[in-house]
Design a protein around this ligand. Structure first.
Ligand code: AMP
Length: 438
């Protein structure tokens, strides 16, 4: 196959039956978030490049080297969204949501694009399930958002995830801290990685995020952000922790957690899974009290998270996957002289009553029809012969047990969807063998 007909590097085709699991995960998100009165927002996949430069931050990896940016036919610079918080904040301002009853609670589900080096758990098109709470600055809002996230992960059956929480303080805390960190690292500058040397000027806090062992060594004994917190920032974080403790939510304070984006203030968090290896972050999030103002929307605080759906699926507990085995459809086969048209008509009749079925549309031998049904994972076959057509009955065969019974056409949908289907088609040892009418 020519290279141009292959999928783009770093993208994936999601195929059935796995897509059913994706849909089930998304349905769970809708259900849990709905219980907290979060409503769905769908923003465009393309935005003006400037939006991300302004909100995610010029010195971040995302803006610096990972965006899919292109000029449209009129020469405007557009970008495939690398994340959705900026888009949601933009939509909040642009649609006048500041005048909606506050706070505004939104969630989204959709693809994101980053030009990163693909590897397991890292794609160029990946998917996020996220939530944003706008217009509530209270520490308890942070607590409730984390509880919602935790409930979602619990309902998926996760038991072994680690919730890391930290504060990056307010702007004043960060300015003070930036100065003391730069003061500490400047004499060690030459021992830092190239990336971190650059960050020392542009975004020194990001050095704390560095995975380079050399950088980690240089960071030993570095001042802690916690020592630069303003009393207000300290109070906010204390209250978040007290709230999480009171709700019995497990978490760990991770002093070095700063997160990659510029817009964060106060609470930041990450959820990691030990099962994921190098790309172990499953969720990232935090408070961003200055973002809406930066986009011209006034002083509206915000907090949110983004769950990496691809990674979530990689470590999804078996217990959840088992609950969503796709149902096995029923196949309708016309036998003998009966036309496949009759099979199609019966299938349509059943579908109108909510039954999932496949119609055998090609005339073929009963044996090859059965083989085909078996290959499709079908467990029940309806046989429609001349006799059945005349008598208004249908023969129902259960491929697993090999048993069959005759069912009145009018009763078919009820029998196929009934819980005691197998009792009907497979009468116990005392019941009649073989043909049985219902
Ligand atoms: P971020 O928007 O960088 O905070 O990322 C939030 C979550 O999205 C991460 O914890 C990952 O689970 C997921 N994620 C970020 N980038 C990628 C990627 N390139 N491929 C797959 N998942 C990603």
């Amino acid at each position: 196959m020519s290279e141009s007909y292959r999928r783009v590097k770093g993208t994936r085709d999601l195929l059935p039956p796995e897509t059913a699991v994706w849909a089930a995960v998304e349905a769970t998100a809708r259900s849990v978030f709905g219980r907290y009165a979060y409503r769905e927002i769908r923003t465009p996949i393309i935005e003006h490049t400037e939006l991300f430069v302004r909100s995610v931050g010029e010195s971040t990896d995302i803006v610096g080297k990972e965006m899919y940016t292109f000029a449209d036919r009129k020469g405007r610079s557009l970008t495939l969204r690398p994340e959705s918080t900026a888009s949601v904040a933009r939509a909040f301002v642009e649609n006048g949501m500041t005048s909606w009853p506050q706070p505004v609670k939104l969630f989204y589900i959709g693809p994101q694009f980053r030009y990163e080096r693909p590897q397991k758990g890292r794609y160029r098109q990946f998917h996020q399930i996220g939530a944003e709470l706008l217009g509530d600055a209270s520490p308890l809002a942070d607590v409730e958002l984390l509880l919602m996230l935790n409930r979602f992960l619990q309902e998926l059956g996760f038991e072994d995830l680690v919730v890391l929480v930290n504060t990056v303080g307010d702007e004043a805390s960060r300015q003070a801290y930036r100065a003391s960190l730069v003061g500490f690292l400047t004499p060690r500058r030459d021992a830092l990685s190239e990336d971190s040397q650059r960050r020392l000027e542009s975004n020194p806090l990001r050095i704390l995020d560095s995975k380079s062992p050399g950088d980690r060594e240089q960071l030993e004994g570095a001042p802690e952000l916690h020592d630069s917190l303003t009393p207000e920032a300290r109070e906010h974080f204390d209250q978040v922790r007290a709230g999480l403790d009171a709700q019995g939510m497990a978490y760990r304070v991770e002093n070095r957690l700063v997160r990659g984006l510029d817009y964060y203030t106060h609470t930041v968090f990450e959820i990691v899974s030990e099962g994921l290896g190098a790309q172990d972050a499953l969720v990232g999030g935090g408070r961003y009290d200055g973002l809406v103002a930066a986009l011209g929307g006034g002083a509206v605080p915000g907090i949110g998270f983004a769950i990496g759906e691809d990674r979530l699926l990689d470590v999804l507990p078996e217990s959840f996957q088992r609950r969503f085995v796709p149902a096995s459809p029923t196949t309708v086969v016309a036998v003998g002289e009966v036309s496949p048209m009759a099979a199609l008509a019966l299938a349509e009749e059943l579908r109108s009553q909510g039954v999932e079925c496949i119609a055998e549309l090609t005339t073929r031998s009963l044996k090859s029809s059965m083989k085909r049904a078996d290959r499709h994972g079908v467990e029940r076959v309806l046989l429609l012969g001349e006799e059945e057509m005349e008598s208004g009955r249908v023969t129902l065969r259960d491929l697993r047990s090999g048993r069959q019974g005759v069912v009145l056409r009018d009763r078919l949908a009820a029998v196929l969807t009934s819980d005691d289907f197998y009792e009907i088609v497979n009468p116990g040892p005392s019941g009649p063998e073989g043909e049985e009418e219902r």
